[in-house]
Design a protein around this ligand. Structure first.
Ligand SMILES: Nc1ncnc2c1ncn2[C@@H]1O[C@H](COP(=O)(O)OP(=O)(O)OP(=O)(O)O)[C@@H](O)[C@H]1O
Ligand SMILES: [Mg+2]
Length: 265
């Protein structure tokens, strides 16, 4: 496991409430692992705690990265180990050229231009059209998101945590997402993906379902989705969404039996 959470509990800053209660799950190296759950269930809290943001301090349990307990490391130390939280502070990059912005995160500057071009191509932006643009209001929302993501990819972190900002990802279409993520996987990066768009979750290999601070299940993603849909009463949505490579993950009558209670998950 690249990342492992053991009995991790996260309280609110004033310690009055537990947001995440004794969670246990692992993220396999090289996989895409999605965290799903309703609003307010604790997904962002978990993401911020893994990254080590200020004010997100576990009250018990451990966070292991590559087998090493990182619970007491600060955000900079975690970043040095290769953990990245994407789409955090987009405001800071305003006014830089795309080339400059992407180059900032690349440590080894040999073949810099090729590395920048590769990063742009991974996010499906033709490099010749974008490398000399500036990061300002002339870029569309989707272009901007892609460029921000290209900069993350160029850093070659070992773990990318993607917490969907309110509407940030809506501008990128699903097929494109699959394509981008599959390219990233080939580069041996691991992705922890938090999304409300469950159809995007279908790109994930594994998933964890969080429900009001409790992690209910960690398994292959379609199974986790099925559990989520059952719990949320989303039968039709489930039938519509649980497809992989154009094929339904589960037969319809099986989904019917799960929802009627004839069959247990
Ligand atoms: N400082 C705080 N004091 C009290 N409650 C808090 C505090 N911080 C977070 N919470 C609560 O913790 C819960 C988890 O919040 P979190 O942002 O992690 O949820 P989420 O799963 O990311 O939700 P969403 O899907 O809406 O993004 C929410 O109910 C939130 O109101
Ligand atoms: Mg959130």
């Amino acid at each position: 496991m690249l990342l492992e959470l053991q009995e991790l509990s996260i309280p609110t800053l004033d310690n009055k409430k537990i947001i995440i209660n004794k969670t246990n799950f692992g993220v396999k190296e090289g996989s895409i692992h999605a965290i799903i759950g309703p609003n307010g269930s604790g997904k962002s809290t978990l993401a911020y705690t893994i990254m080590g943001l200020q004010n997100y301090i576990p009250s018990e349990g451990k966070i292991l990265f590559d087998g090493k307990n990182i619970s007491s490391l600060n955000i900079t130390e975690r970043a040095k180990l290769g953990i990245t939280l994407a789409w955090q502070e987009p405001a800071r990059i305003e006014g830089l050229s795309v080339r400059k912005y992407i180059s900032l995160g690349i440590k080894d500057k040999t073949n810099l231009e090729e590395k920048i071009i590769e990063a742009l191509e991974i996010v499906n932006l033709p490099s010749e059209r974008y490398i000399d643009r500036f990061i300002d209001e002339t870029l569309s929302g989707g272009e901007r998101k892609r460029i921000e993501f290209a900069a993350v990819v160029a850093m070659r972190p070992r773990l990318i945590i993607l917490d969907e900002p309110d509407s940030g990802l809506d501008v990128i279409i699903t097929e494109d997402f699959f394509n981008i993520f599959n390219k990233i996987k080939k580069l041996d990066m691991t992705i922890l993906l938090i999304t409300h768009r469950e159809e995007i979750g279908m790109v994930a290999d594994y998933g964890t379902l969080i429900w009001h601070g409790e992690t209910l299940v960690t398994d292959e993603f379609p199974l986790v989705m099925l559990r989520y849909c059952k719990k949320a009463g989303l039968k039709e949505f489930c039938k519509r969404t649980l497809y992989r490579n154009g094929k339904a993950c589960f037969p319809e009558d099986y989904i019917d039996r799960i929802f009627s209670g004839e069959e247990n998950l």
